[in-house]
Ligand binder design. Structure first.
Ligand SMILES: C[S@@+](CC[C@H](N)C(=O)[O-])C[C@H]1O[C@@H](n2cnc3c(N)ncnc32)[C@H](O)[C@@H]1O
Length: 422
């Protein structure tokens, strides 16, 4: 790292500060890297992601060498050093020098450069062995507690093991005849997976619009909905449009709604690239009325949620959040579900899903919803590749990062299909 300059490290520190001190998500602050050349940008982002992915493990390696934790900025310099030495196997002298130089230039805490030097030297001696013996990084307690209560300790440990690895890239093909790189393997549910990949837009078939990036778990929601050609389908909370593309590719007549105009623009761009169509509506879900749009054969509601199911791809999330906004999200999901149910034709169906690992954002909604005139459609879950133990008591699909662990896991998701009486 050091021999490639300090700029990417400095940028990685800024990203870590934004996540750990300001509670911002990496996606919200990645534009702070815009001034860097592409190679440094990628390196800075990767360093920040790796540090966040292994944060608890970094701290455990550092603990024996620290009398007390230094200020956050210095702690983050040490954490970056641990990741480079222990995870990346970088040459220690370069990492130590970089850590010392970065610390020495900091206002007020520059005097800690001697401590940084001593600690990183000790990490270079004993850190890699300690690193190899440590269990995967644990999630922060605010999230680990509820997940252990929901799924049990050993399941959470299995999730943490999957989340410790860089996740593969999942792809949905526009048609099965699409041309993809030969390294891709087809998963039991039909998504394609690449274990290693570089820049996504440089992969075979991207420019031709042969596929789009979509986690295999996320792709299951539309498979459960099973759209038929010509059906009118309402896609609520549609951006950035992975599910919109699936619906349109199946030949459905899609109305896609999102209240975020910028994100809906991405749906437009995505549809254009893959040469698919949908009617795009910038609107709050609660403003969508049967008077204006009629009733639909099927409605897909991919409600805003804690996104705790996506942590293996977004390891910043558990460190940026503290769960304080989840109550409001759970309430919003319940109200959205009730509204979406009003937009389904008699005899039609509704798929509700969230990329959350918390039962309060999934199973509990179905347990508590007023389902008069509706039934939970268990048969809809008979989708290729879905395993029986993924089906939950109330008839939804519970997907977890530790499923398919040997293949690289999957996003956590909850998906349920409800049928409206005729
Ligand atoms: C989980 S994401 C949807 C992902 C999308 N279905 C896909 O497959 O690519 C949730 C979306 O809900 C949108 N959203 C949040 N609150 C909304 C509201 N009240 N009305 C409409 N859209 C909303 C957000 O802008 C965000 O794009």
């Amino acid at each position: 790292m050091a021999d490639q300059g300090l700029a990417p490290r400095r940028a990685a520190l800024k990203l870590l500060e934004a996540v750990l001190a300001q509670g911002r998500l990496l996606a919200e602050v990645s534009n702070t890297l815009d001034h860097l050349k592409a190679e440094d940008r990628a390196r800075a982002y990767r360093l920040a992601v790796q540090t966040l992915r292994h944060l608890d493990k970094c701290d455990r390696v550092l603990k024996p060498h620290l009398k007390k934790n230094p200020p956050l900025i210095v702690m983050n310099i040490l954490r970056l050093g641990v990741v480079e030495i222990c995870e990346d196997g970088a040459a220690a002298h370069g990492v130590v020098n970089a850590g010392v130089t970065l610390t020495s230039k900091l206002p007020r805490v520059g005097g800690l450069k001697g401590m940084v030097n001593a600690v990183l030297r000790r990490v270079a001696e004993t850190g890699p062995d300690a690193w190899a013996k440590l269990p995967p990084a644990r999630m922060p307690n605010w999230l680990r507690g509820p997940l252990v209560a929901a799924w049990g300790r050993s399941s959470v440990e299995a999730m943490e093991k999957v989340q410790a690895a860089t996740p593969p890239l999942d792809i949905s093909l526009r048609g099965r005849d699409g041309d993809l790189t030969p390294e891709a393997v087809t998963l039991p549910t039909g998504s394609d997976r690449l274990a290693a990949f570089g820049q996504v837009s440089k992969l075979d078939g991207f420019d031709e619009g042969a596929w789009w990036v979509q986690d295999a778990a996320a792709a299951l929601a539309v498979k459960v909905l099973a759209p038929k050609a010509g059906e009118r389908v309402l896609d609520l909370c549609a951006a950035p449009g992975g599910k919109t593309m699936q619906l349109s590719a199946a030949g459905a007549d899609v109305v896609a709604v999102d209240d975020n105009a910028n994100r809906l623009k991405r749906v437009e761009e995505n549809l254009k690239r893959v040469d698919l169509k949908a009617q795009l509506v910038t609107s709050d879900v609660f403003e969508v009325s049967a008077d204006e749009h009629g009733l639909f054969d099927a409605v897909l509601l991919d409600a805003p949620c804690s996104a705790t199911g996506t942590m293996r791809r977004h390891p910043d999330l558990p460190h940026a959040k503290d769960g304080s906004d989840f109550g409001a999200l759970i309430d919003l999901q319940a109200r959205m579900l009730a509204h979406a149910m009003r937009l389904v034709k008699p005899g039609g169906r509704l798929v509700f899903c969230t990329c959350s690992l918390l039962p309060d954002e999934g199973e509990v909604h179905i347990d508590e919803a007023d389902l008069t005139g509706w039934s939970v459609d268990r048969a809809a879950l008979s989708v290729e590749g879905v395993e029986p133990n993924w089906i939950s008591e109330e008839g939804g699909l519970r997907l977890r990062p530790d499923y398919w662990a040997e293949r690289g896991g999957m996003d956590g998701f909850y998906i349920v299909c409800l049928n409206k009486d005729d």
